[in-house]
Design a protein around this ligand. Structure first.
Ligand SMILES: Cc1ncc(COP(=O)(O)O)c(C=O)c1O
Length: 391
């Protein structure tokens, strides 16, 4: 079956005549077209941010570039497999991308999405907000590695034509596991007439750089890859996420987004972050995080009493650690108690993930600085002893 985009886009979105902002028409000259304040911004931080010159990216009295063209130009230099800026959407974090995908492809009260838990929570929450129901086919745990149950996914996609989007998270959160490219291809090759999203928020932490799904956009019209500056680039507060896909899908996203979704300060930060010097610095930090993860955090955790194992393949900047009872069985009560005591009594905050399929007894711990990793391990040891020693 040939993929037909017009068959899966919501009819009202397909028919949409998008809003044209003033900046879509002209963006230079004497700009008196957008009811901006030509006297400039109010005084901020002793005027250090107030630079009114028109070519200054911090000209905050002007609306930002609606499409983040300069950011996109930097991005495609960084991700060489992306052919053109027409294949890139810049959003307010990946979370905006998730929201747009659901709103473009899923009719409320009718269509469905498929997720493969344990996975990132926003796919489900965004769908619920939009009255789109969620089908779950959990990942399978094989030798502590999380992978797709591809045959079950394919069967469900074949059986259920209402599933418009399938969300794959690779490397997964909270699994830290990269999905097999052969499985992703099987779904794309199955004739599925919907969108296959691959969320690559943590891709830079993968030691094997050939694992990204970005090159697939050159082969398949229905794959959409999400990336973000929130993790490897350390810019979570700036809120910049990317969708990389066929240009027709990117066009739909541009049509539906708010006119000036990404503000000028964030566009400027993203432009700088994607310069070659900043990319080198990102790579150095990523290397240090991986070093800390593999040489200190994981070995330190594995030495602790009641730590059963580390789940997943650790292809990210966190680890998923499973706690057990004296019989060696995963223990959710212990994990919750450790989690609460760490936060309430020791100001060390990690994430309880024991309610997710396949994650019984699990906490997710982000890799920190060297001293933070030492502190989390020594505090965990104290807390485990406190909670498990006979009264
Ligand atoms: C898998 C995954 N995707 C997306 C996001 C959201 O990213 P952003 O900060 O770009 O919205 C997160 C954040 O934790 C995540 O773990």
């Amino acid at each position: 079956m040939v993929f037909a985009l017009e068959k899966i886009v919501r009819p009202n979105i397909l028919a949409l005549k998008p809003y044209r902002s003033a900046r879509d028409d002209y963006n230079s000259g004497l700009l008196l077209d957008a009811n901006e304040n030509n006297f400039g911004p109010v005084s901020l931080m002793g005027d250090s941010l107030v630079v009114k010159s028109e070519d200054n990216p911090l000209s905050m009295h002007r609306y930002p570039d609606p499409f983040g063209i300069k950011v996109k130009e930097q991005f495609i230099k960084f991700r060489a497999a992306v052919p053109s800026i027409d294949n890139v959407f810049v959003g307010v974090g990946s979370d905006e991308v998730i929201d747009l995908v659901v709103r473009i492809f899923c009719s409320p009260g009718v269509d469905q999405i498929l997720i493969t838990p344990p996975t990132y929570g926003m796919y489900k929450v965004t769908s619920q907000i939009n009255d789109v129901s969620v089908v779950s086919i959990p990942l399978t745990l094989d030798d502590s590695k999380f992978q797709l149950q591809t045959d079950m996914v394919l069967e469900e996609l074949k059986r259920n034509p209402l599933i418009k989007v399938i969300w794959l998270c690779s490397p997964g959160n909270p699994t830290g596991s990269i999905l097999k490219m052969t499985d992703i291809r099987k779904i794309l090759d199955s004739g599925y007439n919907g969108i296959v999203v691959v969320d690559e928020a943590y891709i830079d932490f993968c030691t094997d750089q050939n694992t990204s799904a970005v090159p697939l956009i050159n082969e398949y019209p229905n794959v959409l890859v999400m990336q973000t500056l929130s993790k490897s680039f350390g810019l979570a507060g700036v809120r910049i996420g990317f969708a990389i896909s066929h240009k027709d899908i990117i066009q739909l996203m541009n049509n539906v987004k708010a006119p000036y979704n990404v503000n000028s300060l964030s566009q400027n930060a993203a432009y700088e972050a994607l310069s070659s010097a900043s990319i080198q610095s990102m790579k150095r930090v990523v290397k240090e995080i991986i070093y800390q993860r593999d040489n200190f955090l994981i070995p330190g955790l594995l030495k602790l009493p009641r730590v059963k194992k580390i789940l997943g393949t650790n292809d990210a900047n966190f680890v998923l650690v499973q706690f057990c009872n004296p019989l060696g069985e995963p223990d959710n009560d212990l994990a919750i108690n450790i989690y609460k005591t760490l936060a309430d009594d020791f100001d060390v905050v990690v994430r309880f993930r024991g309610s997710e399929p396949g994650c019984l007894g699990c906490l997710r711990i982000t890799v920190g600085l060297s001293q933070e990793n030492s502190l989390v391990i020594s505090t965990l040891e104290k807390v485990i002893n406190l909670l498990t020693s006979p009264q």
